[in-house]
Ligand binder design. Sequence first.
Ligand SMILES: Nc1ncnc2c1ncn2[C@@H]1O[C@H](COP(=O)(O)OP(=O)(O)O)[C@@H](O)[C@H]1O
Ligand SMILES: [Mg+2]
Length: 263
Amino acid sequence: MNAPPYPSAASDGIRQRHPGVDGGCRTVLHLEAVTKTYPSQSPVTALRGVSFAVACGEMVAITGPSGSGKSTLLNLVGLLDRPTAGTIEIDGQDVGGSPERRRAAVRALRIGFVFQSFHLLPHRTALENVMLAQVYTGLARRGRRAAALDALAQVGLSERTGSLPSALSGGERQRVAIARALLNRPSLLLCDEPTGNLDSATTAEISSVLEGLHRDGTTLLVITHNPAVAQRAQRRITIRDGYLTEPPGPQAAAPDGARHVQG
Ligand SMILES: Nc1ncnc2c1ncn2[C@@H]1O[C@H](COP(=O)(O)OP(=O)(O)O)[C@@H](O)[C@H]1O
Ligand SMILES: [Mg+2]
């Protein structure tokens, strides 16, 4: 519905440093005591003192019923909204309450967004749709093209780079959207119901793509209603009435293709 958030960031002097193994990255995202109250005649508190951290390379799933605060959390983590209280750090920088210009720069360069709706431009090819993600970061067109081809290869779409969205399946469209989100090599890939518009076979396809990105070292935070998607993550957090809960200790991610083998 809304246009995806690809704000201008080129002039803020924040350049992406991909937090790879040699970059010493430990914590990509850190929320501390984050509260969000929507002001109105009867104010609604949608998040209540939420604290959690996501380390570099983790895949974290967040599930919860409708109205539990998932979109509120996503908007805060994606720096689309400001918390009422508490801090939000991305790559160690406290940016949750920063002015819009600063948050836009961090958002554009460090966060990749994947939505339930693919938000692809209908008259642009897969390659063009991916390349458009980087218009705002001011890199040369040739570099953008190479990066876009890389990103499409990462999601297994090297053969379809010249296709229009109308010629692609739902799963392929979402893969284009994922490639677009990966283009700037974000520190964090933020997925909001990435399989919400897909049938179960295609959901499995996209889950496998996300799992593959995780194996390749991408840090993912996936908000999902779908247990099959959540099962792929090695950390699963539940949100209810604005509170997060996470089982203590390590959680076993169901291995690809083996989810029906053991109970
Ligand atoms: N802009 C807003 N203004 C007022 N209340 C809101 C707003 N956005 C969400 N809420 C309320 O905050 C709570 C959490 O909503 P939301 O984060 O959208 O949950 P979810 O995405 O899990 O369905 C709900 O009670 C919802 O009605
Ligand atoms: Mg929601």
